[in-house]
Design a protein. Structure first.
Lengths: 254, 288
């Protein structure tokens, strides 16, 4: 049996169509809704309102900043750890894997609650510092960053590269910056884009730790306005789509 | 190589992992543990079991029930559709490029949760949403007269299903890829019907993977806060929403209740993860 039977193929198309409809109808509805800002005509006036709102730029800028800090801190923490595990301590791999998967068991709502309880009284009264928000975001991004870095390390011959570099007299800094990191470029970029996409629109930690971020701003708009939130949803979907498309494009190049 | 050997001491190599362990401890494990200890303390910090008494309050039991219902319904609905779509693009005989497209697509869609998703559903199924209006003008169906409300159980369920379907596609695809063509050929050569193939080969092989995926979907919905918050403004009686209300210090503020609720959630999530990894192990016997 080399080809699927025609009836099976027909059903396949039907299920695919249902899936695509489920996905696209809300998007189409949102897009049409976002064009209804002016009475009686379709227009991009709602988008104009969004961009004209100083709060939009302020909260979006804040979230972009937080995302940048998260990416830097997350990569600085996980990349050396993952390399170290590969080269020196393969038996620690299951432990690291388990820890980086833990955020799936500790949802952001629990994480926020725990961070508030742990860091709102002496000796560690740090809760009003944005560093705690970034730390929480790094935890949320653990699974994504680790998965990307791990895949990147697995796809290259790390041990061979290391031994070759060292036998040519390279020290650790040369090894890390001239050999390993350039080979990890694609993996690092994909971790970067995914983290950005997740952090920029994140709501739970930002709202519970009371930060003026983009997620809470969008939620607030949703309560007060009708068409601008739809425009925000389209913009934010475009951001995610763009980030992941970029990631895919970079991945295929290698 | 001598330089390397110095580091090969059993204790010293672990030292290289210290930054990661410290960070994970300080910002993940310690906060989570503080919720667990907090649920055994009263407001003054003394040891007590009284917090768990809250969990038996009718409104709290109800919130767990609603959360379980939403999570289970969306896991089943999303799991069912997601499985069929994954089947269609992997074994269903569709053109090859569709598969790559759909799996990228699922990656995007499963991340399309939270506030934007809530807005999308308001624009679709809200009182003036596209589908609501279409149903009225084309079919004469008044959606909101039939008891449907976007801001209650079914609305939330349909919205969650939006990210559950693509998540199912992503996690079940590897298992479907592991289904060998030879199994089907062999059973057909032996005269088995499609039904017999599924009953005796397909379903037994896939069952652990399907159950594991459903459990993951369940946990995914159980802990979700952002979509429900943005959609209902925090008005639906859902465990994550109730926990949020205890933290945000509004009129309902009761930290002790918050700890007990969070404790319950951590237990549910932990059971979820254990069941998932056990079933994963079972299914990896076949899927290599």
């Amino acid at each position: 049996m080399s080809d699927a039977k025609p009836i099976r193929k027909a059903f396949s198309w039907i299920w695919l169509a249902i899936g695509l409809l489920y996905f696209f109808i809300p998007l189409l509805a949102t897009f049409l809704f976002s064009l209804r800002g002016k009475k009686g005509a379709l227009s991009f006036v709602a988008y104009g309102h969004v961009f004209a709102d100083p709060q939009f730029l302020k909260t979006f800028g804040f979230s972009l900043g937080m995302a940048a800090c998260t990416v830097v801190a997350g990569l600085a923490l996980i990349v050396p750890t993952a390399i170290w595990v590969y080269l020196k301590l393969p038996k620690a791999k299951p432990v690291i894997e388990l820890l980086t998967l833990m955020p799936f068991v500790i949802p952001p709502i629990i994480l926020a609650f725990g961070l508030i309880r742990t860091y709102s009284r002496p000796p560690f009264a740090w809760i009003s510092s944005p560093a705690i928000l970034v730390a929480g975001y790094v935890v949320i991004s653990f699974p994504y960053i680790y998965k990307a870095v791990d895949a990147g390390l697995r796809s290259m011959d790390l041990r061979g590269l290391t031994e070759a570099a060292q036998s040519l007299g390279a020290g650790w800094p040369t090894l890390l910056f001239k050999v390993i990191l350039p080979n990890l470029r694609t993996a690092l970029l994909s971790a970067l884009f995914l983290t950005f996409a997740i952090v920029v629109g994140e709501l739970t930690l930002a709202v519970l730790l009371a930060w003026p971020a983009f997620g809470p701003y969008m939620a607030l708009m949703g309560r007060n306005l009708a068409y601008e939130p739809a425009a925000l949803a389209i913009l934010s979907f475009g951001l995610t789509w763009g980030a992941i498309a970029l990631m895919q494009a970079l991945g295929e190049k290698h | 190589m001598d330089k390397l050997r110095i580091w090969r001491g059993p204790g010293l190599a672990w030292l290289g992992l210290a930054p990661f362990f410290l960070f994970a401890f300080a910002f993940m494990l310690l906060p989570a543990a503080s919720i667990l200890t907090g649920s055994f303390q009263d407001a003054a910090g003394a040891l007590t079991l009284a917090n768990f008494g809250h969990l038996l309050r009718p409104d709290i039991l109800d919130s767990y029930w609603v959360t379980i219902k939403v999570s289970a319904t969306t896991a089943l609905l999303g799991g069912f559709l997601g499985f069929l779509i994954a089947y269609a693009i992997s074994l269903g005989g569709l053109p090859k490029p569709l598969r790559a497209f759909m799996s990228t697509f699922s990656g995007v869609a499963s991340n399309f949760a939270g506030v934007p998703l809530a807005f999308a559903f308001i624009a679709t199924l809200g009182r003036v949403g596209l589908v609501t209006v279409l149903l009225r003008s084309v079919f004469g169906i008044e959606l909101y007269d039939s008891g449907f409300n976007l801001y209650s159980f079914w609305g939330l369920t349909l919205a969650y299903t939006y990210f559950q379907i693509p998540l199912m596609v992503l996690i079940i695809l590897p298992a479907l890829d592991g289904m060998k063509k030879e199994w089907r050929e062999a059973s057909e050569n032996l005269g088995a019907s499609a039904l017999q193939y599924w009953l005796h080969v397909g379903i037994p092989v896939l069952l652990p993977a399907i159950l594991a995926s459903l459990i993951l979907l369940f946990g995914n919905a159980f802990g979700a806060y952002a979509t429900a918050y943005a959609l209902t403004g925090g008005l639906i009686n859902l465990v994550p929403i109730l926990i949020g209300a205890q933290i945000r210090g509004n009129v309902l503020h009761d930290a002790q209740l918050g700890y007990a609720l969070a404790f319950g959630m951590v237990i549910v999530m932990a059971v979820t993860l254990l069941a998932y990894s056990w079933l994963q192990k079972l299914s990896s016997r076949w899927v290599k």
